[in-house]
Design a binder for this molecule. Structure first.
Ligand SMILES: [Cu+2]
Length: 241
């Protein structure tokens, strides 16, 4: 009983000695400092590439941040719409103009957009059917559903209307080596090779049967697993005989 009380007291004293004071004295002030002194950020968003997308398609930005759109493969825009008018330019909204990226390019076209409000901004690409294909995003969405709803509205919009004047940001260039993306591999000679590719992919379609044997392999490996145990027995038997 004494030992139980003793160990209980010991535990209590150990708990009291746990680093709560340390947390209060060191970590919390650090967090407070970070909250108060968040540095303005440059937030990269990749436009286009192997697919017609914005990556990411939702960002949280503070006033003073800069959203840096980096234009990957293709030819895209960043154009602002109203929340309820997908794929249509908003009067006075931002528009980057069309910024291309071609194979073997060593620099990347950018559009730096200073964030001046934390209200949601609805953005789309005004090139061809990209908006209907889902190339849309929201800066400071109220929630994830707002992004999904905007994408759906864009898909159902039928067509896109291009922006006119470049407004709301500054076009520039950065080196490909510091870009937030790896460009899609150069497309080799026209579409002919890709057209021949499907036949080449047909064999892979036959591959699964080829993979079936491997699937049967484990059973094949089980016998070996059992043979070792049997082998000694046989061996012993052989020796005894
Ligand atoms: Cu586009």
């Amino acid at each position: 009983m004494k030992s139980l009380i003793g160990s209980t007291l010991l535990l209590a004293s150990m708990a009291a000695a746990l680093p709560q004071p340390a947390i209060k004295s060191t970590i919390l002030p650090t967090i407070r400092t970070r909250l108060h002194r968040r540095q303005n950020q440059i937030i990269p968003v990749v436009v286009g590439g192997p697919q017609d997308t914005f990556v990411p398609n939702s960002v949280a930005a503070a006033v003073g941040d800069i959203v840096q759109f980096q234009f990957s493969n293709g030819n895209h825009t960043v154009t602002q719409s109203a929340a309820d008018a997908a794929c249509r330019p908003l009067d006075g909204g931002i528009h980057s103009g069309h910024i291309p990226f071609s194979d073997n390019q060593t620099d990347v076209g950018t559009f730096n957009m200073p964030v001046t409000s934390t209200e949601p901004m609805f953005l789309y690409c005004a090139t061809g059917p990209h908006c209907q294909l889902g190339q849309v995003m929201v800066v400071n969405p109220a929630n994830a559903k707002q992004v999904a709803d905007y994408a759906k509205m864009s898909q159902e919009s039928g067509d896109s209307v291009d922006g006119t004047d470049v407004i709301g940001g500054t076009a520039g260039k950065i080196g490909l080596d510091v870009a937030a993306f790896t460009p899609a591999p150069p497309e080799d000679e026209d579409a002919a090779p890709p057209a021949e590719a499907p036949p080449a992919e047909a064999p892979p379609a036959e591959a699964p049967p080829a993979e079936a044997p491997p699937a049967e392999a484990p059973p094949a490996s089980e016998p070996p697993a059992s043979t070792p145990s049997e082998a000694p027995a046989n061996a012993t038997a052989a020796h005894k005989r």
